[in-house]
Write a new protein. Structure first.
Length: 265
């Protein structure tokens, strides 16, 4: 595994070890910022319902999240020579960042109490919430996907995914995304409206609903479905490339047995 993560093919690529180090440092930095925020807003320890956040700090948090994605994307851009390599590097960096973020929170705050503890995961485009175990599983899947793509691309460059594999991957990711944003999306739809009639909400009602929100049921069935779709896409990619490799070997053996060398006339 260490050898697999030492670098992408090509001398001009940024080594994966450097990407991992950068992402790990970012994970600890992110955790330190959260330590400050929780000291300010949750002196007794983080828990739902959410404490109201001052608008300037909330806006700063949105900018920080965008900046985090830009930083990970910039490193991924340096780590690959084509789009798929860069996407794999981004997924790898994001996953390492996320796992080390929770590891750092455990060191600094002894939190979370368990992998089933609920957390705020992201704020864009709406607040994401879920048990800590869910993003950790996602991160491990992203590391496995990055490893698979890198390994296959190293032996059979350039690797490309078939449309069905892309469709399965994005469909699975979308289902998982829905599990994270479902609760707050429903809160907005139920408590926000442009009018003042009986069936519409106001900003005050939305704020009050959020201040009373406590997560209860996580749709694990939908999460598992999304994960299975992604893993299926990975399995199809692996099987397709291995079949291609087997066919190449068989053709070489056939040419060798017939005394004809490929490329000769």
């Amino acid at each position: 595994m260490i050898r697999v993560l030492t670098g992408l093919s090509g001398a001009k690529s940024l080594p994966f070890g450097v990407v991992a180090l950068f992402a790990a440092a970012m994970g600890f930095l992110e955790a330190i910022v959260v330590v400050y925020l929780r000291t300010l807003y949750y002196p007794g320890g983080f828990a739902f319902p959410l404490a109201p956040m001052a608008p300037p700090i909330y806006r700063a948090e949105l900018v920080r999240e965008v900046a985090t994605l830009v930083m990970l994307g910039a490193v991924a851009r340096l780590a690959g020579r084509n789009r798929l390599q860069r996407l794999g590097a981004f997924l790898f960096a994001f996953a390492v960042w996320d796992i080390l973020y929770y590891a750092a929170l455990k060191i600094f705050l002894d939190w979370p109490a368990s992998l089933f503890t609920w957390d705020i995961l992201f704020l864009i485009p709406v607040t994401w919430v879920g048990p800590v175990l869910a993003p950790v599983i996602n991160s491990l899947t992203m590391i496995a996907m990055a490893w698979l793509w890198h390994s296959l691309d190293r032996h059979h460059p350039p690797l490309s995914l078939h449309p069905a594999e892309w469709l399965l991957t994005f469909s699975g990711a979308f289902l998982i995304f829905i599990t994270y944003v479902r609760d707050f999306t429903l809160l907005i739809l139920r408590n926000w409206g442009s009018g003042s009639g009986e069936d519409t909400g106001t900003a005050g009602e939305l704020t009050r609903a959020i201040s009373q929100y406590t997560p209860d049921q996580y749709p694990w069935w939908l999460f598992i479905t999304g994960e299975l779709l992604i893993l299926t896409a990975m399995a199809l990619t692996w099987r397709r490339i291995k079949r291609k490799q087997k066919l190449i070997i068989q053709n070489k053996e056939a040419f060798s047995a017939s005394g004809i060398h490929p490329g000769t006339t």
